[in-house]
Design a protein around this ligand. Structure first.
Ligand code: MLT
Ligand code: MN
Ligand code: ZN
Length: 305
């Protein structure tokens, strides 16, 4: 199985258009060593021909343009994605769907909750009906149930409901329900290798820790280093926990959870522009590297063989 990182940043990207934080300023003027990053999305494939898109970011056209693996090659019109899985209904994970309106009906796989948000409060799926059309497929969240993507026989998917937040526009924002946010386990049926993907993870409970420990690679919420990062840098009023993300530092932070995993390759993904790990010369980035954890970047390819 191949995992291709289309976009490794959180909502807003890096640098963010209106942000003058140390990182955003530094990457613009070259005063820090850091790579720009687009918004959160990955693709997976068993054969490098047919891909499954996981989340569709507003940067999707730029992402496809810069990744030859995803270019049309075989027919006059040649979408390389056989389907799109959405892990939530956040703007950064869904608005790219509107950019894919020129082709065949989009096969969209999501929970019922995500479908509801995208058919009502933010009716992207309804809008698409007037363009390419949508074939929606349910993602089950009951324990032990998985799902497949049509025409992608070698990959199998399992969704786990996770603690997180529905988007600000969602009726579920302050009354969370299972299915608002999911983690995905992606398994290659031929090799048996698996990846755990959760760009938004507010809490690592025993069930999530167990799923992570069984995977060969985990790509997990790397949004914030500290819970009060945006407040400290005077760029926002919200804490990480309030918007559904577990910070990396601290005794119960993401790094502490990752330290307990023996098997998997460990990758932080969905990184907010304020996070000091984006500065390749920072102490925080060094701490992450010393813990054997990688920081995802756009175009990163992970080959699980
Ligand atoms: C989040 O995951 O919290 C988002 O990146 C927020 C957003 O898209 O605005
Ligand atoms: Mn996000
Ligand atoms: Zn910034």
């Amino acid at each position: 199985m191949k995992i291709l990182v289309l976009g490794s940043a959180a909502g807003g990207g890096f640098p963010q258009w209106n942000c003058n934080c140390r990182n955003c300023r530094g990457v613009r003027d070259g005063s820090i060593r850091a790579r720009p990053r687009t918004q959160s999305s990955i693709a997976v494939s068993a054969d490098s021909i047919n891909w499954v898109l996981i989340n569709a970011s507003p940067d999707i056209l730029t992402q496809i343009r810069s990744l030859p693996q995803l270019h049309p090659r075989r027919r006059p019109r040649d979408a390389r994605f056989r389907g799109v899985i959405l892990v939530d209904s956040q703007i950064d994970h869904t608005t790219g769907l509107l950019m894919l309106r020129e082709g065949e009906p989009l096969k969209i796989y999501s929970t019922a909750n995500v479908r509801e948000d995208l058919a009502t409060a933010n009716p992207i799926l309804r809008v698409l009906e007037s363009y390419c059309g949508v074939e929606w497929r349910p993602v089950p969240i009951e324990p032990g149930r998985g799902f497949d993507i049509e025409d992608v026989d070698d990959l199998h998917f399992t969704a786990l409901p996770v603690a997180g937040k529905a988007p600000p526009y969602s009726p579920h924002r302050e009354s969370p329900e299972p299915g608002d946010n999911i983690a995905l386990v992606i398994t290659d049926r031929r090799s048996g290798k698996s990846a755990f993907y959760a760009p938004g993870l507010a809490e690592v409970d025993d069930r999530i820790a167990a799923a992570m420990s069984r995977a060969d690679c985990v790509l997990v919420d790397g949004t914030f280093w500290t819970d009060d990062e945006m407040i400290r840098q005077s760029v926002g009023r919200k804490r990480a926990a309030e918007i559904g993300h577990l910070a990396q530092s601290g005794s119960d932070g993401m790094l502490a959870h990752l330290a307990r995993l023996e098997n998997p390759r460990k990758v932080l993904i969905h990184i907010n522009n304020t996070n000091p790990i984006l500065d390749e010369d920072s102490a925080e980035r060094r701490a992450v590297a010393e813990a054997g954890i990688e920081v995802a970047f756009d175009g990163m390819e992970i080959d699980l063989v």
